[in-house]
Write a protein that binds this ligand. Structure first.
Ligand code: HEM
Length: 314
């Protein structure tokens, strides 16, 4: 049984956690910048209609922001974090900059880049036919970026095992179900050959015809064709649906980390459930996205509201 003092400590910790997220509210800008949400939605919709992959890129941008130093738009700052190896192929900065310029024109220094990123990720999913959810708002922007070493240690590589992935997500307060649901983001977007070459040529739990087709555009020799792209969801690359999970059931996960989720392990049943129900996946994805968006936000008087997303205020 917990002693009185450890119970007190637990209650204090619970209060601290709820204060951190209590600052975030979906109605945060309703009075201070009522046009912000429609500017984000229309700009994202135009960008995604113009190039469907942009929806995937904006979703990934938000994920890479949140896992490194929290959802504080630190990834947008020109410099070490943005240039770190795991962020090398991250895209979508121009769309965020355009949204920020339009919002600054109507509400000066009011809406944070961190909130713009979070809402743009949700609107991207919606633009590609996925679920919608209410986004808690009120994040503020960091006054500095992370180091390249912090980026490397915060973002799990796709060579990780299921156990490593589960523990990396647990360190961010995310469950194994959240891991499986969030990985469903790979129902859209592309990956480079260098990230799945080893899986094509060295792994056995991969569908033979699927591997053969991919090999045509991803040569075995390291360095050759490294940047050649393949869709993460081979079936419906531009639709935010649950085909990603059905691909895993037939050993057609593109990345090692994708197939790890369905490889005779503890998450197999979750994959089966999301493969058979788009509604179950959609609900779990929305829940997990809100949890991910709440990783260590700066609130209240912490940080700042940047004037432009790529630099701290002078
Ligand atoms: C489980 C851990 C994860 C690993 C190891 C991982 C790894 C990767 C890799 C290697 C790529 C391809 C990058 C390239 O070759 O250029 C990629 C792309 C992508 N990832 Fe993940 N990812 C993970 C989780 C997530 C999460 C949680 C999200 C969002 C909620 C996400 C969203 C995306 C999207 C949308 C793309 C495609 C981006 C584009 O086409 O521009 N990933 N991921």
């Amino acid at each position: 049984m917990a002693s009185a003092s450890s119970l007190g400590l637990l209650l204090m910790l619970a209060a601290l956690v709820s204060t951190a997220t209590a600052h975030l509210s979906p109605t945060f800008y309703d009075t201070s910048c009522p046009r912000a949400m429609s500017i984000i939605k229309s700009t994202v919709t135009v960008a995604v209609n113009n190039e469907p992959r942009m929806g995937a890129s904006l979703l990934r941008l938000h994920f890479h922001d949140c896992f490194v130093q929290g959802c504080d738009a630190s990834i947008l700052l020109a410099g070490n974090e943005r240039n770190a190896a795991p962020n090398f192929s991250v895209r979508g900065y121009d769309v965020i900059d355009s949204i920020k310029t339009q919002i600054e024109a109507v509400c000066k220094q009011t809406v944070s880049c961190a909130d713009i990123l979070t809402v743009a990720a949700r609107d991207s999913v919606v633009a590609l036919g996925g679920p919608s959810w209410s986004v808690p708002l009120g994040r503020r922007d960091s006054t500095g970026a992370a180091t390249a070493a912090q980026v490397v240690s915060s973002l799990a590589p796709s060579t990780d095992s299921l156990a490593q992935l589960i523990s990396a997500y647990a360190s961010k307060g995310l469950s194994a179900t959240d891991l499986v649901a969030l990985s469903g983001a790979h129902t859209i977007g592309m990956a480079r050959c260098r990230g799945f070459r080893t899986r094509l040529y060295n792994e056995t739990n991969i569908d033979a015809a699927f591997a053969a087709a991919l090999k045509a555009n991803c040569p075995a020799t390291p360095g050759s064709g490294d940047g050649n792209l393949a869709p993460l969801d081979t079936t419906t690359p531009n639709a935010f649906d649950n085909a990603y999970y059905r691909n895993l059931l037939s050993n057609k996960g593109l990345l090692h980390s994708d197939q790890e989720l369905f490889s005779n392990g503890s998450t197999d049943n979750t994959v089966r459930s999301f493969a058979s129900s788009a509604a179950a996946f959609g609900a779990a994805f929305a829940t997990a996205m809100v949890k991910m968006g709440n990783i260590s936000p700066l609130t209240g008087t912490q940080g700042q509201i940047r004037l432009i997303c790529s630099a701290v205020n002078s």
